[in-house]
Design a protein around this ligand. Structure first.
Ligand SMILES: Nc1ncnc2c1ncn2[C@@H]1O[C@H](COP(=O)(O)OP(=O)(O)O)[C@@H](O)[C@H]1O
Ligand SMILES: [Mg+2]
Length: 414
């Protein structure tokens, strides 16, 4: 998939923007705070709904306005067809709004798509940005976001399960609070009701997360080894409800079967067996933790607390690695995301490089762009000449590179 045209209304500092972009490399340059990242963010939100900078859609609406509209006119080279994607977000005051509540509207070829999961995955992008560092050194939420977004792009139904799980956790928490810190045996059936659904949904999420963590670990480790000249060993482990991993490994003792599970070719029967055992295990665990959950008034040990254990030479990276090692690991993790997405969807995602190109050394730039000759790429930078020069040594000369200069929310094609 490539984007041919980006049309923005009231997105960040763009009142209106109508931009024809090239099918290969697009370099967006200009001074700081002019609106370069805003374009990258708009492409990312227009394709996968989620911003890499904020979880509050309202922040992306131009100051003083009531809605943003992102229109992406895309072309699917495999089917040789045009695809129009539109993502809007509006406040209660917007003209787009007939319900008088803030909300989102997504359309695909003019048809309203009621579910985010049905919109995601049509046009895939992978963004490399300074914020990626938070995957390695930030809070668990940053790592969950990285993992969730990757899985959603490959299998959008995961997004629906994630949403259902969040709602049930909220309801379970409301229920726990209503106990006011004192366990009441007569009301235990209320918790049993939530826990029963939660065990089933968590089993699905844990299986998917386990698989993707293993895939990420294998691929990121290979990339990191190249970046560090084979000196460092990067590993990504999955940390979830205690014991769940053991349930999965306990069934997949055969290494071929384990690999089939990881690459998604394991038989339905064995998958159902794993899911059943996991779900039973989790339900037992939830029951055993009920009294402490009631006392705390909040559900503690669940998939909403999942994390990735990222280690370098067996030491946890958050505490023990240097800034440079963290940067390399973040790049390796994003390269793993790119590769997994490319393998699983059989097409090249659009690459969005926000402010990272100039920071990478030559070897890392090559690992990023090698094999991407057919992909569409957007690069933001402040120094056009530097990027132009560096690109010419990596990307073959016959690739069409276009330059766009950004100045206070106006884009000039050069
Ligand atoms: N919701 C918004 N409405 C209007 N302007 C915004 C909004 N959000 C950010 N901006 C403006 O966008 C500019 C930053 O744009 P950005 O794309 O991040 O800059 P850069 O060119 O450095 O990447 C700032 O001037 C900021 O004030
Ligand atoms: Mg920027």
């Amino acid at each position: 998939m490539i984007i041919r045209n980006i049309n923005l209304t009231n997105f960040r500092n763009y009142g209106r923007l109508d931009l024809e972009v090239g099918p290969s490399v697009n370099v967006i340059y200009g001074n700081n705070a002019q609106g370069k990242t805003n374009i990258i963010e708009a492409i990312s939100v227009g394709s996968s709904v989620i911003s890499h900078r904020t979880s509050k859609d309202k922040e992306m609406i131009k100051f003083g306005e009531n809605e943003y509209i992102i229109d992406l006119k895309c072309h699917d080279e495999v089917y040789n067809s045009d695809v129009d994607l539109q993502a809007c977000y509006f406040t209660e005051k917007s003209f787009l709004n007939d319900k008088k509540t803030a909300g989102r509207k997504l359309s695909h070829d003019g048809m309203v798509i009621p579910k985010i999961s049905k919109y995601m995955g049509v046009c895939n992008t992978v963004i490399f940005a300074p914020e990626d560092l938070s995957i390695v050194k930030g809070q668990p939420a940053a790592r969950r976001k990285y993992l969730n977004l990757l899985i959603c792009k490959v299998s959008p139904s995961y997004y629906d399960v994630l949403g259902r799980t969040r709602r049930i956790i909220d309801q379970k928490n409301a229920c726990l609070k209503s106990f006011k810190g004192r366990f009441d045996k007569n009301r235990e059936n209320e918790l049993e009701y939530w826990d029963f659904s939660l065990a089933d949904l968590s089993a699905y999420l844990i299986m998917e997360r386990f698989r993707y963590c293993e895939l990420i670990s294998r691929k990121a480790s290979a990339h990191h080894s190249v970046i560090s000249d084979g000196k460092e060993n990067l590993k990504v482990g999955y940390s979830t409800i205690t014991g769940s991993e053991g349930v999965i490994r306990g069934i997949l003792t055969d290494s071929d079967m384990f690999d089939q599970f990881i690459d998604g070719t394991l038989s339905e029967g064995i998958l159902a067996q794993i899911k059943g055992s996991l779900s039973d295990y989790i339900l037992t665990k939830l029951r055993s933790e009920r009294i402490s959950d009631v006392e705390r008034g909040v559900y503690g040990n669940g998939v909403h607390r999942d994390d990735l254990d990222i280690s370098l030479n067996a030491l946890p990276m958050r505490q023990y690695s240097s800034q440079g090692q963290q940067r390399s690991a973040a790049l390796a993790l994003k390269l793993a995301e790119l590769e997994i997405l490319r393998d699983k969807t059989k097409s090249s995602p659009i690459l969005l490089l926000d402010d990272v190109f100039s920071e990478l050394d030559e070897g890392r730039r090559v690992s990023l762009l090698s094999g991407m000759n057919t992909a569409q790429i957007f690069i933001t930078c402040t120094d056009r000449a530097f990027v132009e020069n560096e690109l010419s040594s990596i990307v073959t000369m016959d690739i069409d590179t276009r330059f766009f200069r950004v100045e206070s929310g106006t884009v000039f094609c050069e």
